[in-house]
Design a protein. Structure first.
Lengths: 290, 480
């Protein structure tokens, strides 16, 4: 307060700095502080010997422990895979329909399937599985080849029109513009197809079109136009159109046919059996599964 | 020391000068003993208090359950999204420190800081084993022999046991204490538990046994910050040099009548755990533990002089006292704008937290609309929107919720569908968050099907007591 503090050791002295009569003691630093400083140096040397440290032209010195962050990630992934192995085994051994109802395996399959989907499927089917022109929306209840889990599984495993898999799903709609039907016939059958969902623009052609349909299309799409899943023939009476439901697009489809493809994911082990089952469960639970 | 300052180069570093605080008796020492018993008692015993919360829930009164992301405090249960309670408590702790510092100076340092408490405990052990100040100084100066080794090792072992108990008590706050104790002893506890015990054992042992006052002087930032909250009305430990000086020992010698009250007995220096002489005035090392007050008062009583030569007074009382006037009333110092403001803020945060605590609901509903895609057309033209809902069931029992939906814009009829569940009942286990995917379907004839946005409200209702929660969200139609 009133008295000026006196240094405990009289030989300390001051730094020589002075501000408004206030001087600064030149107190020596505690010795343990110096030890701590030496310890950090020793620590640093040991660290440099054990861990990657000195940058050279082609990467850093590796260090005695051989540590690398990539290696650590690989170890982590291996550990997670090892932990998931029993679950994967269970997914493969379970009946497909039973996977989703098992609480532990079901959650795992769904999350694993979502990860597989994000990696391999969203390029065509979209990140929300909403599809695109020519690539089916997997959220709705309309399925070309069937929406039960077995059908979804088969589609993923063997693909569609895949050249690598003999068991692939195959349908072969002719390009009716190549000598099968005249332009007039195509125009009339297109009007008939639109009429199936109540959207014909020229009623006068519908009747002619129904004859053309019965002769050329009903074999696969059915007499009532509701499609046939064994043939992968779409339902023409509903509100969902893979390539578009307007007149011009329907005429284009009839004239040139459509040959959408999907890889057979089991070929070359692109996806493991467990992964295929996971993604089948995931797609089945997106909202349209049967 | 007769070294010539001019010729000796300044030392760059120096060894710590050992401090041997002498035992002292008095009201402040008494208060500090009680504070030590209470604070250490709270720290060591709290994890062992049991609190029944029903089946499936931990029965530990105070538990930070990291794995399940819950904080239990007796009847209160904090979920992670309620972290603002913790933030609020930390703000209150901060403001409380400001309040106490501005009123009573470094009272936290002197009485309540763990560094002070544990150092005090370690010095107590040291005194039991090695004796009081003079015996310890002798022991420190003597050469190593069997006697010294025995005393030193006994002391270190007792310190180490206290340190282990300190580190051990810490981990009990994060897991069921009895289970963890058995696991620790049978070496089945997780590595992180041993790691924390080892770390806290080391810091307790080193800081309490060897670093002591250096932690306050060199390492802790708080003493330096505290200066910003102190002013001339702050109570600090002060030597009344205008009463004590000139000091002198020889009461019966010639000229003794010119001496002040200080008998230069060095009692205040001998008891100081920081190793300073309070008679040099205010110093940055002083933690205002007030032990010098006790020591001086004891001497003053013995020599028949009034006590209070060293006392808690404020800076602006000094000129009054020097002029022979009585100091101002203590309340005048304590109640001033700064302390009133700190207290008001502290109280406001506290009241806010209390209100939030009593107003929080037992049921909460969160909705995330799935916007990728915003809607799905089904084969019959139905428009579907998808939502991920989360129900927070804070009841400590399983609860069934009825979920329902209502359009806020028109009378569109929504068909609500639960993924994987028939009907509209959702069963949520006790004390959990439950995620569920919900579909809202609307037939193409309804207005909402062709409207860009329709506001909807989704309700859940607990079936046992009817408590409800709702969230408003948006339904996106296929606008032409």
């Amino acid at each position: 307060m009133a008295r000026k503090p006196e240094p405990k050791q009289k030989n300390i002295g001051t730094t020589g700095h002075e501000w408004d009569g206030i001087t600064e003691l030149d107190t020596p630093m505690p010795r343990w502080w110096l030890w701590t400083f030496y310890l950090t140096i020793i620590w640093g040397i040991i660290y440099m010997i054990l861990y990657p440290a000195i940058p050279l032209v082609k990467g850093a010195t590796p260090g005695l422990l051989g540590y690398s962050s990539r290696g650590a990630v690989a170890e982590d992934i291996a550990a997670v895979s090892a932990k998931n192995a029993p679950l994967d085994a269970k997914i493969v051994s379970l009946d497909l329909a039973a996977i989703g109802s098992d609480p532990e395996v079901g959650t795992y399959a769904n999350n694993g399937g979502a990860a597989v989907f994000r990696t391999f499927c969203i390029q065509c089917h979209g990140s929300g599985a909403e599809g695109a022109v020519g690539f089916p929306n997997l959220l709705d209840d309309d399925w070309l080849w069937g929406g039960d889990i077995e059908s979804i599984y088969t589609t993923i495993k063997h693909g569609i029109r895949s050249e690598d898999d003999d068991d692939t799903r195959l349908s072969d709609m002719p390009a009716f513009g190549d000598d099968y039907l005249s332009d007039e016939e195509i125009a009339s059958v297109a009007q008939y197809v639109l009429s199936l969902s109540g959207r014909a623009t020229d009623e006068t052609l519908v009747e002619d079109g129904s004859v053309v349909f019965a002769d050329n299309c009903a074999a696969c799409h059915g007499d009532d136009g509701k499609g046939l899943r064994e043939m992968g023939a779409p339902n023409l009476t509903d509100s969902i159109w893979l390539y578009g439901g307007d007149l011009a697009t329907v005429i284009e489809t009839i004239t040139y046919s459509r040959r959408g493809v999907m890889p057979a994911w089991s070929v070359d082990n692109k996806l493991s059996e467990a992964q295929i089952r996971q993604v089948a469960v995931y797609v089945h639970e997106l909202g349209g599964g049967e | 020391m007769s070294t010539d300052t001019e010729e000796t180069p300044p030392q760059l570093y120096a060894a710590r000068e050992p401090i041997f605080p002498k035992r002292v008796k008095g009201k402040f020492r008494q208060l500090k003993w009680w504070l030590m018993i209470v604070t250490l008692g709270i720290y060591y015993i709290t994890p062992w208090i049991r609190w029944d919360r029903g089946p499936g829930l931990p029965d530990q009164a105070v538990l930070i359950d990291m794995a399940n992301r819950r904080f239990y405090f007796f009847w209160i249960e904090i979920w992670p999204y309620e972290f603002y309670f913790v933030a609020g408590l930390l703000i209150m702790a901060g403001l409380g420190l400001f309040l106490f510092t501005s009123a009573l100076g470094r009272v936290w340092c002197g009485y309540a800081c763990p560094q002070t408490i544990w150092t005090d405990l370690y010095i107590l052990v040291e005194r039991w084993i090695e004796g009081d100040r003079n015996a310890r100084i002798r022991l420190h100066r003597q050469k190593w022999n069997l006697h010294k080794v025995r005393l030193r090792f006994t002391k270190w072992i007792v310190w180490l046991l206290i340190a282990v108990a300190t580190g051990g008590a810490w981990v009990f706050y994060f897991a069921d204490a009895p289970t963890l104790l058995v696991d620790l002893v049978t070496f089945k506890a997780p590595f992180v538990a041993y790691g924390f015990i080892a770390g806290l054992t080391a810091t307790t042992f080193i800081f309490g046994g060897f670093m002591r006052e250096q932690v306050c002087t060199y390492m802790c930032p708080w003493p330096r910050i505290q200066a910003a909250m102190m002013d001339e009305d702050t109570m600090t430990v002060v030597y009344r040099e205008w009463r004590g000086e000139p000091r002198g020992k020889h009461r019966k010698a010639e000229g003794a009548d010119k001496l002040g009250d200080c008998i230069d007995c060095n009692a205040c220096v001998a008891v100081c755990p920081m190793g300073i002489d309070i008679r040099d005035g205010q110093q940055l090392e002083c933690i205002t533990c007030a032990l010098c007050i006790d020591a001086c008062d004891e001497m003053m009583v013995k020599v028949g002089k009034p006590t209070g030569l060293i006392a808690y007074i404020t800076a602006n009382d000094e000129p009054l006292e020097r002029a022979g006037k009585p100091p101002r009333n203590m309340w005048k110092h304590l109640l001033r704008p700064r302390t009133i403001m700190y207290f008001t803020l502290w109280g406001a945060v506290g009241l806010g937290l209390l209100a939030a605590l009593f107003l929080r609901a037992d049921v909460q509903l969160n909705i995330t609309p799935v916007r990728n895609p915003v809607y799905v057309t089904l084969s019959d033209g139905t428009i579907r929107n998808t939502y991920d809902i989360r129900i927070l069931n804070k009841f400590q029992r399983e609860e069934t919720f009825l979920i329902s939906v209502k359009s806020l814009d028109d009378d569109s009829e929504f068909d609500l569908e639960l993924q994987g569940i028939d009907g509209h009942m959702i069963v949520v286990p006790a004390d959990t968050t439950y995620s569920q995917r919900v579909y809202l379907n609307v037939s193409p004839d309804e207005p909402a099907a062709t409207r860009d946005r329709t506001d909807v409200r989704i309700w859940i209702e607990a079936q046992t007591n009817g408590e409800r929660a709702s969230v408003d969200t948006v339904f996106n139609g296929d606008a032409p």
